[in-house]
Write a protein that binds this ligand. Structure first.
Ligand code: MG
Length: 238
């Protein structure tokens, strides 16, 4: 049985969609409302429903549940439409494929996602780079589950325990992400957090937050695997 649970953030941690994610939001808003906000919402680390709430606010609209749901439904279609563009123009972050493959080979580690993406969109983004085969999507939690990312870790842990057929201790659970909001949700859920500087936040900003571990990126496969699976400290803490 898996002793370890690793919950991966997606955007900025595992992959970059190079604008396709943002474009999908604009297309979905245009589909439903016929307009998009002039200003930009900072999306990093936020759940998709929260992003829609903020976009509606920029448009002077109330976040009525039916309206939010309609935009999110279109977001699923629009991102699926962009899947080949994501595969062609997007990238998996450095070292990610090797780390996920190596952890996948270990019977004592289960891998899921903890992401603000809606579940279908999480699958699209990982499948574009062949990363979906390393992740058990039933272990994770998603923007589909709640607007508040801080509520997602307990949900993911419950799902993992049900799926794995036994308890997974909080200290054996890692959230890996690229933003202060990833750290916040790990803290809220009482689990450990590795932050990486492959997203929109710089190394200095992330180290200052004192996550349980920090790595510039995931290129040192052995170091990342030893950290996440065996608690050996990372070697490139600045
Ligand atoms: Mg992210």
């Amino acid at each position: 049985m898996a002793r370890r649970l690793v919950l991966w953030d997606i955007d900025g941690t595992l992959v970059h969609t190079k604008g396709a994610g943002t474009d999908a939001f604009d297309l979905a808003l245009a589909d439903v409302l016929g307009e998009v906000p002039e200003g930009r919402v900072r999306m990093s680390g936020k759940t998709d429903p929260l992003i829609v709430h903020e976009q509606l606010a920029l448009l002077g609209r109330e976040p009525e549940p039916e309206l939010v749901d309609a935009v999110l439904a279109r977001l699923v279609h629009r991102l699926a439409d962009l899947s080949s563009r994501i595969a062609e123009q997007g990238v998996a972050c450095p070292g990610v494929t090797e780390v996920l493959a190596e952890l996948d080979r270990r019977a004592d580690v289960a891998q899921g996602v903890l992401t603000g993406n809606l579940r279908p969109n999480a699958v699209v983004k990982l499948a574009a780079f062949g990363l979906d085969r390393f992740v058990d999507f039933d272990l994770g939690a998603y923007g589909s589950d709640h607007l508040d990312r801080n509520l997602l870790v307990p949900l993911a842990r419950r799902r993992a325990e049900a799926r794995l057929g036994g308890p997974v201790a909080p200290e054996d659970t890692w959230v890996v992400g690229d933003t202060p909001l990833d750290l916040a949700c790990a803290r809220a859920g009482g689990v450990r957090c590795l932050l990486v500087a492959t997203g929109t936040y710089g190394a200095d900003e992330l180290v200052e937050l004192e996550p349980d571990a920090f790595l510039v990126d995931l290129t040192d496969t052995d170091a990342v695997v030893e950290l996440l699976a065996e608690d050996r400290p990372p070697v490139n803490v600045p």
